[in-house]
Design a protein around this ligand. Sequence first.
Ligand code: PMP
Length: 422
Amino acid sequence: KKTNADLLARKVASVARGVGLLHPHFIEHAENTTVRDVEGRELIDFAGGIAVLNTGHLHPKVKAAVLEQLDKVSHTCFMVLGYEPYVELCEKINALAPGDFAKKTALFTTGAEAIENAVKIARAYTKRTGVIAFGGGYHGRTMATLALTGKVAPYSAGMGLMPGDVYRAMFPNQLHGISTADALASIERIFKFDAEPQNIAAILLEPVLGEGGFYVAPPAFMQGLRKICDQHGIVLIADEVQTGAGRTGSFFAMEQMGVAADLTTFAKSIAGGFPLAGVVGKAEIMDVVGPGGLGGTYGGSPIACAAALAVLEVFEEEQLLERCRTIGEQVKADLNALAKQYPVIAEVRGLGAMIAIELMKDGKPAPELTSALVAKARDKGLILLSCGIYGNVIRILMPLTVPDAQLQQGLAILGESLAELV
Ligand code: PMP
């Protein structure tokens, strides 16, 4: 009989240390919000494979669509031979993405790849090279996205400086004393001290910081950025890899920000557990790159496209955006009640069902308590993820398809675990 301990020992001996493992469980079965490890222990999954499972593990409709596609074709490389699911998905994404303009889409395999391509497109369109990204932002682990990711440890520590003309601005963060005005001023400061706007191709940001701690960009900030971009001919890129696919109560978070980005990246939950990513944006910008300039062997694979089309159907059929807003409210209310009881919860925040609590002690971030809470909850059967620039944020990324009883059970475990630690 296989045990988690045996598999962990084999992992430690065979897998590079840089590929960490947060929870020492090896999963052999998963369904909706429940995962079962090799020892037969069932766990409630509020991590969703890092924001990938808004429709839950192996949603029956997603699974059926993938199985059906497997009877047809699994790979041609879309740059060589076409297939309908790729085109159909681009049509649907064009219709869904915010912005009152003609749109086009390109598909890739990972979020980082989508970001890199969005930046390439913005560079080709503007004939400029610079990019402004934000402290605490996360955009991936490839070389170029590491330059854009605004956190050194653990992502790029020990690897030297990353390539590219990247300038770092401040993301608004009320709790830690950065106002919208401060954040906008930090961009003006870049223009004064580092680079002229005429050298900046793009401003890239997450509408809600994901890995950075679920800080929501105030709409006024987004509108300020839109103004700066319009004034200087800079492309505004919204990285919706984590916020997209219905997590925040609208299909893309930017729908709630009062302005549209020129380019939007998406990945993760869009394909319900299959590797798919993409860039959608203004047709005139997207079409600047000539044939052969965008793509990848597996980008928009038939299997991943079939999964994504099924995810979109599930959102419609199960009214998941509405459900997202309902459970978002409920989780927020429960966590706010917990915060009243436990002052270590300095803030409950988020957008839609992208919700987090931030833990502080004596006015300072409490990362040790946060990891202890994640470990304690896991031992009680609840899988959580922490995040945040200070490592003191717990994010709740349950599937939007979570049964009510299991949602309550998960939140109860969180409460009990906290009670035992403070
Ligand atoms: N952007 C954001 C906002 C993300 O949250 C992530 C993944 N956590 C990425 C980009 C990178 O995606 P991937 O890991 O698929 O490359």
